[in-house]
Design a protein around this ligand. Structure first.
Ligand SMILES: [Zn+2]
Length: 262
């Protein structure tokens, strides 16, 4: 919008394809972009036809996703975690980059293959949009969501698939502030239908942490992460081999900050 008031200056304010900007401004300070990456981006731009082409030309110079989507298996668990936390930092500071990537190219690129570098178990709560708060896009993170972010058999099966088959290098089990499922469990609320089926999974955290909702949410994330590690031989095997980290975290819905709990 500011461009309306700076019409006399035709110089684009944002990134150009110069080598300096390629290395300094894409994907945060830690990321440098190799010539191979730059070539691949140009190739992908050229491969796009029709109305999307203009978008790709405008946004393509910041097209980062295939690098991460393809290179995930090269990431260590520590690097995968860093990539997630860097994304949360961008989210908190309002410097999102995921929306600058061309979704049509990404869909095409990942239509037959996904290689997410991370997996997340989060609550179904509408205030916890996982890709958004980690500033990630199509193909980057394998997400399981269930109210109370509990490690049920189906969730464990899904995360085994994400880690063992797809190759995610880190699993983050993330509770959040003001969680309705946790609050209902603490108060043993009368609820319709099968909602109370969640309670037994969350009760151990209540027993441990008391009646403060956020304290129980944090305890629950730690317990569910531990359960995931201990009840899955697939997950524990990957952890023992140093190929996977399983961590508990807490998402502050007011500040947007994800904090590691362990
Ligand atoms: Zn919740």
């Amino acid at each position: 919008m500011t461009s309306l008031f700076t019409a006399t200056d035709d110089t684009p304010k944002r990134k150009q394809t110069s080598p300096e900007s390629e290395s300094s401004s894409i994907g945060g300070p830690q990321t440098t972009v190799s010539k191979d990456d730059a070539s691949r981006r140009k190739f992908l731009q050229m491969a796009v036809v029709g109305p999307v082409a203009g978008l790709a030309t405008a946004a393509g110079i910041e097209f980062l996703a295939p690098r991460s989507a393809l290179a995930q298996s090269l990431l260590t668990p520590e690097q995968a975690l860093e990539e997630l936390m860097d994304g949360n930092n961008r989210f908190v500071n309002g410097n999102l980059t995921s929306f600058e990537q061309d979704l049509a190219i990404l869909r095409n690129h990942t239509s037959e293959l996904q290689q997410p570098f991370a997996a997340v178990l989060a609550c179904s709560d509408s205030r916890v949009p996982v890709e958004l708060i980690f500033d990630q896009t199509i193909g980057h993170i394998f997400v399981t969501r269930v109210a109370g972010n509990i490690s049920t058999s189906e969730i464990i099966a899904s995360l085994e698939y994400g880690a063992k088959v797809l190759g995610a290098n880190v699993v983050v089990v993330m509770g959040h502030g003001s969680c309705g499922a946790v609050d209902a469990t603490i108060k043993h609320k009368e609820v319709p239908g099968q909602i109370s089926a969640l309670y037994p999974h969350i009760q151990p955290a209540v027993d441990k942490a008391g009646t403060d909702t956020d304290a129980v949410s944090k305890a629950n994330a730690v317990i569910q992460a531990d359960l995931l590690r201990k009840s899955s031989t697939v997950i524990s095997g990957l952890v023992d081999d140093g190929k996977l980290k399983v961590l508990a975290a807490f998402y502050n819905i007011a500040s947007g900050v994800v904090s590691l709990l362990e």
